[in-house]
Write a protein that binds this ligand. Structure first.
Ligand SMILES: [Zn+2]
Ligand SMILES: [Zn+2]
Length: 385
């Protein structure tokens, strides 16, 4: 009796589980005994094929051992002819009692919800915990130099008393009394097709077949507790406003305290009054007097690291950009740094002492520059830049 489950469903050996599910739904509709042109024998074959191919473990056994898959180690050997080769799954023998009630309108969805419901529920209980996201504000200086911050968040975490097992300390682990160690509850329902059996994951042991004799009193046996957790988070030098840091495994825990999600920290950096960041460069204004701009000077400049002396050459024009290499923002996780760019602002005085005025007037006369002292002398000076 060599059956090819892939042929029965009309899919290739490399079909994805999604393709298999789709093919199964299509064929099940086509052959359903309740439809005109349905075929009970084929319907059962389709179901048998789907039971095997939809289960990764059974499918790989079948792929390896072919028609002898029943004898393969690990392939559930409980079932005989009646239960199908993989007892413990779904039993469609209820359809044997089908007597050809043509024209009965039935809801396939109802049947499928039993089939898929059990699986989905079981999977979701073992799912990974959710990712968490939190904002964290650091100072501008901290964003440039890097910082270690202590953050506290409240989350679903592994119970600290039972470390996620759900068992009271010292409790024995015993066979589940509800499912008798099967991990599944088989229920039989009467339907228009006869008796139908469906399997759902045992809710007492979550499908494990074993439960602690005494549940942990702190978490009620769930293995999970909502509680605050304090973390030290290392924020790398050079991080920018809006960037996110992933802290692996610090989201909420999943089933019984396992498979934790990740924590994402969104960094907020308020603007600096002194520096403007552009990529990895820092910009800053450098105000000097028109005399300093004319004659050249050395000025002390506060950088993000400390103070340096910057040489302004004689004849420096307004808005000239002076570059101080390597005094910008570090590139995250690299030894490189951006530059500090100083934009020269030439300050024209709006108040002069008598002596200053006389000197500047002399300079103007020397250069043959017309001046209207009371009105627009300074306008002329400004316009000359
Ligand atoms: Zn506990
Ligand atoms: Zn159970």
């Amino acid at each position: 009796m060599a059956k090819d489950f892939y042929d029965i469903l009309g899919v290739s050996k490399s079909a994805s589980s999604e393709e298999i599910k789709r093919a199964y739904r299509k064929k099940a509709h086509e052959y359903h005994p309740d439809k005109g042109g349905g075929n009970e024998q084929k319907f059962k074959e389709v179901n048998e094929a789907y039971q095997v191919l939809s289960d990764d473990g059974k499918r790989s056994q079948y792929d390896r051992f072919g028609e002898n898959y029943q004898h393969a180690p690990g392939a559930g050997g409980r079932g005989g002819q009646a239960g199908g080769p993989f007892g413990g799954g779904f039993d469609f023998n209820g359809f044997n009692g089908f007597g050809g009630q043509a024209g009965v309108d039935f809801d396939l969805g109802d049947i499928f919800s039993d089939i898929f419901g059990g699986r989905q529920e079981r999977q979701s209980r073992r799912q990974r915990g959710v990712d968490l996201e939190m904002p964290l504000t650091i100072s501008f200086e901290e964003s440039v130099h890097g910082v270690t911050k202590t953050v506290t968040l409240e989350k679903r975490d592994k119970c600290h008393v039972c470390t996620g097992s759900g068992a009271a300390p010292g409790s024995k682990i015993v066979t589940c009394t509800k499912c008798h160690g099967q991990g599944q509850i088989i229920t039989t329902r009467r339907t228009v097709f006869g008796n139908m059996q469906s399997a759902t994951t045992c809710d007492k042991c979550d499908g494990e077949g074993k439960t602690p004799e005494t549940a942990c009193t702190v978490c009620g046996g769930s293995g999970v507790l909502r509680r605050p957790k304090t973390l030290e988070v290392k924020i790398p030098a050079g991080i920018d406003n809006g960037q996110r840091i992933r802290v692996q495994g610090e989201g909420e825990v999943g089933y019984k305290g396992s498979n934790p999600g990740d924590l994402y920290i969104t960094i907020r950096v308020p603007a600096s009054k002194e520096f403007r960041r552009e990529g990895n460069n820092l910009h800053k204004e450098l105000p000097i007097s028109f005399v300093q701009a004319t004659l050249g000077t050395k000025v002390e400049v506060r950088t993000i690291d400390g103070t340096i002396e910057v040489k302004v050459p004689a004849g420096t024009q307004p808005n000239t950009v002076l570059k101080v290499a390597g005094q910008g923002v570090p590139l995250v996780n690299s030894g490189k740094r951006g530059d500090l760019l100083l934009t020269v602002r030439v300050i024209v005085p709006n108040k002069l002492s008598k002596q200053e005025r006389e000197l500047i007037e002399k300079l103007a006369n020397l250069n043959g520059e017309a001046t209207q002292v009371n009105k627009s002398f300074w306008e002329n000076i400004k316009n000359s830049f």
